[in-house]
Design a protein around this ligand. Structure first.
Ligand code: MD3
Ligand code: FE
Length: 211
């Protein structure tokens, strides 16, 4: 009997249309992390304002559509706030990884046009919300976790549905589609920790087909 195995399953079904792929990104991490770092050096993540207030998470984007907010609202935008320049393209290592994960989850035709990068310092969190600003809900969302662990809160179709807590680690991917695509979700306050590669931060990439 293997009481001390640190092995995790390769595929964990979470709900209809949603699955967790522990460690799916680890084989390409040597190319992936430098690409994210380089992007963040050139396009630093910023704390966005929303009608609900200033977010504790800092965000940047890649691809045709980035996510921007201000006190009036939030939306996908083809331009960066301030400079009004287009967002840089999604590096092939990231787009190909997302397509491979979507394929493993049963979505063979996923071509993301948006990559939102959420940077969590210890203490940051994301309240329960739905993602409903995308045009085609038949397309999944692929999420990639990097750095220190976080507890992902996965609710249901109603805000009052009690969320399940999912411990996401460095290199984990979750694919959300089908019935779960419009479920409430959030991230519990990130606890202080240090990751050997990223230091004291969690970074989440969400890849979407926005338009
Ligand atoms: C479940 N980001 O950017 S990613 C977001 O970890 C967002 O930064 C979180 O929620 C983060 O909107 C969670 C996982 C995720 C993304 C979209 C979903 C889970 C989802 C849509 C439906 C259901
Ligand atoms: Fe979300």
């Amino acid at each position: 009997m293997d009481l001390f195995s640190e092995q995790r399953p390769e595929f964990v079904p979470l709900a209809t249309g949603a699955c967790w792929l522990p460690g799916f990104a680890l084989p390409v991490m040597d190319a992936l992390w430098p690409a994210v770092q380089q992007h963040l050096c050139q396009h630093p993540a910023q704390q966005m304002m929303t009608p609900m207030g200033l977010m504790s998470v800092r965000t940047s984007s890649m691809g045709d559509w980035g996510w921007v907010g201000n006190s009036q609202g939030y939306a996908y935008s083809a331009h960066q706030p301030g400079t009004h320049l287009p967002w840089p393209p999604i590096p092939p290592v990231i787009a190909q990884l997302a397509a491979a994960a979507a394929n493993r989850a049963g979505y063979p035709d996923f071509v993301p046009d948006s990559c939102l990068i959420n940077v969590y310092a210890p203490g940051s969190k994301m309240g329960l919300h739905q993602d409903k600003d995308e045009m085609d809900f038949s397309q999944p969302i692929v999420s990639l976790s990097l750095g220190i662990a976080a507890t992902f809160l996965f609710g249901g179709g109603k805000r009052s549905d009690k969320p399940v807590r999912i411990p996401l680690q460095h290199g984990d991917i979750v694919v959300w589609g089908g019935a779960s695509r419009r479920f409430y979700h959030g991230v519990a306050q990130v606890k202080a920790a240090t990751h050997p590669l990223l230091g004291a931060q969690r970074i989440n990439l969400t890849l979407r087909k926005a338009r």
